[in-house]
Design a protein. Sequence first.
Length: 334
Amino acid sequence: MKYFTTVNDVHSVKDLVEDALHFKKDPSCFSNFGKNKTLGLIFLNPSLRTRLSTQKAAMNLGMNVMVMNLDKEGWALEFEDGAIMNGNKAEHIKDAAAVIGQYCDIVGIRCFPGLLSRQEDYSEKVLINFMKHCSIPVVSLESATLHPLQSLADLMTIQETWNKPSKPKVVLSWAPHVKALPQAVANSFSEWMVKSNVDFTITHPAGYELNEEYTKGATITTNQQKGLEGADYVYVKNWSSYMDYGQINCRDEAWMLTKEKLRATNQAKIMHCLPVRRNIEISDQLLDGPDSLTLLQASNRVYAAQAVLKKLIDYRIPEGGNVRVTMGKEKNLS
Ligand code: CP
């Protein structure tokens, strides 16, 4: 695997989850695998979990790690091909990514959407340009549209806590928020769930429909109570409107997940990727209660990243060819 940017980059989701669970049992089982290899972690946006868990995963594999908050510590980046750089952008992505590729064996990048132009955000301009010009394996640390490391840890969390022969019912439930947030976590959770052995429902207010590219196969309802009926897992997340791009069209506090709402569920476990706005998205009572899996999800981020980094270290350029830079469609160009 040269790229980890979407579930479609993964040959076998089942095997990758098993690898992650194996790393959880024995974190140092490949402690020399990344020896003398360098991971670069490039952040254009804030992070707590992704930064620390990916760094720890690399350390467990014996890798060296360099971290850079490129938005604050680097030069302002130009992305347009052929730009006459007479403005305030000091460095072209072509040069910045190519240089980072010289210093690292694998690079991770976090690049949130601007939420101003759907076309621009969904083109993944930053991530794709980075992949194109750095020439080394790339792991997404959350892009404009997807957050695959989070979704792998989420799937791992569901798998390790589910011990019945039947499929669990998993519900992604929209929650209110004070800010307009990306759709990335919701898109990503959905694209991983529809590829997994779960019964998957999404519930959100009208106007919060996600891009169908990620939700095909899910049951979708604007009736939250109906969506929650019989749920074994409720994944709570806010996202801004995809249709009315980047806007907040609903601030209805009634969508917050509370203990009362859970009566319709099958004693559901509560999930959230964090950071969470307490008592806006989910009540304290649920977050601090025995059915909250949020800490387990955060803990599993280390082992999910470890499984992914091992696959990226394993990558060898195919004989006689390069690999085309397209998210989820790795192809031999020879
Ligand atoms: N869940 C998650 O990605 O957390 P951070 O934004 O803190 O990395």
